[in-house]
Design a protein around this ligand. Structure first.
Ligand code: PEP
Ligand code: MN
Length: 268
């Protein structure tokens, strides 16, 4: 049985197939509003946008910080969309509990056990991303640091792992979805954007995630990827995102049936 995690009065992860979309980084109110309006219109359920950006280079844009969280919250309110953004450290838990609907723990923080323990004391849904070189067992144990503290609202997210292959930014471990479904009852999302590193592959990998039974998707979208302050190369333009959403809407009922049949087969 999949655990259902209530996001708001209408949405539950593990029940509905949920799509999280938005820019890699919150750059301004106008930029966030423009992208949010487009992804909502295309059918996305939850708005993403990074405010505290964990960048490989300290010279890269580091995000708008607290101001970025507040901008995202304002846009979320204006459009009636729940929001998700990444928490950099336990120092910001009060801020995130006030403004954010889902707290994202990034790949670089998956094994920050002090942060995870503190998040376990909150009631907020947490989206926990797989570390770049974490095994699935390590991911599940990281989730336990949160659930053992009393917060059972954890969503796992496969976002690609580091391997010897360089044609993609990370290697999208599609089998992680099936393996995690055996290992845990927590909902499992996929983030094809950070796996692919290039927008051309995002649609194919998203549909693969849906086909294999993921409970949701996280996709980066930008109206002007060439000038995005982070991850422009892997961001879908709104029109491409809309086309992908049309395919998802068409395929969803068929694939849900396939997955249900498989469950029945398991009982034979
Ligand atoms: C992100 O979602 O913007 C992000 C930084 O992802 P990850 O932690 O998977 O690298
Ligand atoms: Mn990104």
């Amino acid at each position: 049985m999949r655990k259902e995690i209530k996001i708001n009065n209408e949405l539950s992860a593990g029940k509905d197939f949920l799509v999280i979309a938005g820019p890699c980084s919150v750059e301004s109110y106008e930029q966030t509003l423009e992208i949010a309006t487009a992804v909502k219109e295309a059918g996305a359920n939850i708005l993403r946008g990074g405010a505290f950006k964990p960048r490989t280079s300290p010279n890269s844009f580091q995000g708008l910080g607290e101001e970025g969280v507040k901008i995202l919250a304002r846009v979320g309110k204006d459009l009636s969309m729940p929001i998700i953004t990444e928490i950099p450290s336990e120092k910001y838990i009060d801020l995130f509990c006030e403004y954010v609907d889902i707290i994202q723990v990034g790949a670089r923080n998956m094994d920050n056990y002090y942060l995870l323990k503190e998040l376990g004391k909150t009631k907020k849904p947490i989206l926990l991303k797989r570390g770049m070189s974490a095994t699935l067992e390590e991911l599940v144990l990281a989730a336990k640091y949160i659930t053992m503290g009393g917060n059972e609202n954890v969503i796992l997210c496969e976002r690609g792992i580091r391997t010897f292959e360089h044609q993609t930014r990370n290697t999208f471990d599609i089998s992680a979805v099936l393996a995690l479904r055996k290992m845990t009852e927590l909902p499992v999302f996929v983030d094809p954007s950070h796996a692919a590193g290039t927008w051309e592959m995002v649609e194919g990998l998203s549909l693969a995630g849906l086909a294999v039974g993921a409970d949701g998707l996280m996709v980066e979208v930008h109206h002007d990827p060439d000038h995005a302050l982070s991850d422009g190369a892997q961001s879908l333009k709104p029109k491409r995102f809309k086309k992908m959403m049309e395919k998802i809407t068409y395929l969803k009922p068929h694939l849900t049936k396939v997955n249900k049949n498989e469950d029945n087969n398991g009982k034979l």
